[in-house]
Design a protein around this ligand. Sequence first.
Ligand code: FES
Length: 163
Amino acid sequence: MLSAESLKKIDRELAKYPADQKQSAVMPALIIAQDEKGWLATETMNFVAQYLGMAPVAVYEVATFYNMYNLEPVGRNKISICTCLPCGLQGSLDAAEHLKARLGIDFNQTTADGKFTLKEGECMGACAMAPVVVVNDKKMYDYLSNAKIDALIDALSDQLGSR
Ligand code: FES
């Protein structure tokens, strides 16, 4: 279900906790599984549950609570923009509209070429640096003007090339 490399990474997380507390590693285990698969299908979550000795429903509870987990397939770049109030008061709603227009999609949609999915994010702890986006739940970009958004989309698109 998961590659040997991913299992090794999960084992590394498990080593941080007592042997009878394997469930403590559920969040990183889900991230590792998602990094490999791109999203968390029910079978993937079931596998993680089995690997950690947890009830599947306990894994679903975690995966459905946090919006960094993808419960359906996403584009190769998932762009999450914070639209919470502090960011909203500092231009993030306009930035979100610019992103939608630039990508030609709404929130929770993926571009036809599969390169981008746009998501509405919750506070990313960078309220003073709005507007902020996180790409693929890993890398943050802040103080975004429309020009910086365009440059980011161009750079991410170029990275993918014709893949
Ligand atoms: S409200 Fe947007 S990062 Fe905190």
